[in-house]
Design a protein around this ligand. Structure first.
Ligand code: ATP
Length: 302
């Protein structure tokens, strides 16, 4: 269901105007304990009516850890990610515990969870053309996501575009004037605009051709490494997960059936579902993939 809920600005989760004033009922985020895992999920269950989409899902991500979430279509990867972000559709019923930086997410008031999104955790969706507003210039969208005072917006937009290795002139472009790879970088800048500690990517590059996809993934890897960002990366592409994530969790029928170091899990899968995924994903390709050179110069055509 990647991108299903990716409406304009969703990645940066803009709050209602005027919501910047501190809310006395919302815990002080700055007081968060740096030792606390960036993400804790315990006994997560999500139902749509009588059907369980996710059951008994538990895991925690330490700061800076990069974990892949894999499994066949419909196994519950996106629903898990949406539950983590507090973005489940209204028909969903969730149980269990989700904590971002130690703060509870499930069944909490939206304004409380909204404060965690963007600053503590942000999610990047598959299809940037639906996640970005077609009527706003790229720079404006990055500025809105950054929520800095107007006087600082230009410098912050430039800084964020440089982070994702785009030419600063990209700020003036509308989404339809940008390539798929450039759009995905703009969306990454929007997603990272408030320095989230946890980045969740749901099939972020499947819409791109192979070379552009590799460049964007390489960028995500380098940014996460440089900033110590924790990553939860959802993908069908096991080779991508193998390259990007030191840990992998395998889902089947709404449950995590295997969880371990990627190299070990892929070399000696313990579960039938993992074996089936690996067989379908052409195991022979692992370790033999040609590494795409580091991202080209800023503004290069994609
Ligand atoms: N809004 C919804 N209403 C009803 N059922 C839903 C809804 N969203 C997801 N589901 C169901 O929840 C289950 C898990 O879906 P989910 O999108 O998480 O799978 P996925 O592993 O992300 O698949 P894909 O790889 O195709 O994106 C599926 O059976 C799906 O049909």
């Amino acid at each position: 269901m990647s991108g299903r809920d990716g409406g304009p600005g969703r990645a940066a989760d803009p709050e209602a105007p005027g919501s910047k004033a501190p809310d006395p009922e919302v815990p002080d985020l700055e007081a968060a304990d740096p030792e606390v895992p960036d993400l804790e999920v315990a006994g997560l269950g999500v139902r749509f009516g009588g059907t369980a989409a996710v059951s008994g899902v538990s895991f925690a991500l330490a700061p800076g850890e990069r974990a892949g979430l894999i499994g066949e279509s419909g196994c519950g990867k996106s629903v898990t990610a949406l539950a983590v972000m507090g973005l489940l559709p209204s028909g969903a019923r969730a149980e269990g515990r989700v904590r971002i930086a130690g703060r509870p997410v499930l069944n909490r008031p939206d304004r409380e969870v909204a404060r965690l999104r963007g600053t503590r955790a942000a999610m990047m969706f598959q299809e940037p053309r639906s996640a970005l507003d077609p009527l706003k210039r790229a720079g404006r969208q990055v500025a809105l996501a950054a929520r800095v005072p107007r006087s600082e917006a230009r410098a912050r937009v430039r800084e964020l575009l440089e982070l994702v290795e785009l030419d600063p002139d990209t700020a003036r472009a509308y989404p339809h004037q940008l390539s798929g790879g450039q759009l995905q970088r703009v969306l990454l800048a929007v997603t990272l605009a408030r320095d989230p500690r946890l980045l969740i990517c749901d099939e972020p590059t499947t819409a791109l051709d192979a070379l552009v996809q590799r460049r964007v993934l390489d960028l995500i890897r380098r940014i996460c490494a440089a900033r110590g960002t924790t990553l939860l990366f959802i993908s069908h592409d096991l080779a991508v997960v193998s390259d990007l994530c030191e840990r992998v969790m395998v889902m089947d029928g709404g449950r995590i059936v295997e969880d371990g170091r990627t190299a070990e899990v892929f070399a000696a899968p313990a579960h039938d579902r993992t074996r089936a995924l690996l067989a379908a994903g052409d195991l022979a390709a692992f370790g033999h993939r040609e590494r795409v050179p580091v991202v080209p110069a800023a503004g290069a055509e994609e």
